[in-house]
Design a protein. Sequence first.
Length: 302
Amino acid sequence: MKHVFFIYNPRSGKKTIVAKVTWIIDQLTKAGYDVTVRPTQSRGDATETAARICMESTVHDYEFILCSGGDGTLNEVISGVMRCEKKLPVAYIPAGSTNDFAHSLNIPDKADAALRSILEGSYFPVDIGSFNDKYFTYIAAFGAFTEVPYETSQQQKNILGHAAYLLEAMKHIKNIQSYNLTVTYNGNVITDDFVLGMISNTAYVGGLLSMNDFSLDDGMYEVTLIRTPNNPIELQKILSSLLNISQDIDTEHVLYFKTSEIVIKCNSDTEMKWTIDGESGGDQREVRIQNNRKAIDFITSR
């Protein structure tokens, strides 16, 4: 019999996945799988579990890891898989508030449709990013508004959806901080003042910003760096440009390029707050981000 290990976060989103667990197990069993289930117990639990399952996969013969939760839960599972030499394929049933990466893979929001796409799907290799000693699936970011995803309360997300992020973002406008940075990429070195930076591999950011020119398996990241605006009018131009990155760019204030590796260093003793996959990435003075091309197979019918 085929084996699958199912990791889910019972606290993600509106907690709707909890009511679906028995049904998911039943559908997998009917499809010929022997299912082992683990609800996450705390932050980091999915990472440790996924790493253990990959290392034990030759013993238990797991075919893939099924993950259900938000982007943060998926990040934990991916981080665990990336620790191992043998990397099990990953399937994903989104159960968070925004589910940016799932949308990039054309994975449906509804659990039944998502599971059907898994059972009818095939392997699709996806790039995974290294962020110093951490990993990320679709975005690493710093600066203005990047704290919004994890400072927005779960209750707000559940009630207001994307509007919750916009309301939280409004609170940060008066507190935009500028950083003097040295950015090294593709043989180029740039030193300038920036208020926001995103290194991404996704069609959507925060469920709102649209990234048109991207590929999940080309070994490249789309980098967006926002120079410090001098006045509210410049800020408005920047925000308008961000609504459709890579198509209508304000090149005076927005630096956009592709790269497989980038180093960003803060030219002061100040450490910048980073977010990775919508969760806190800690305070860092210097980061090296590398693209691990086609590192993990996702199961999807995209």
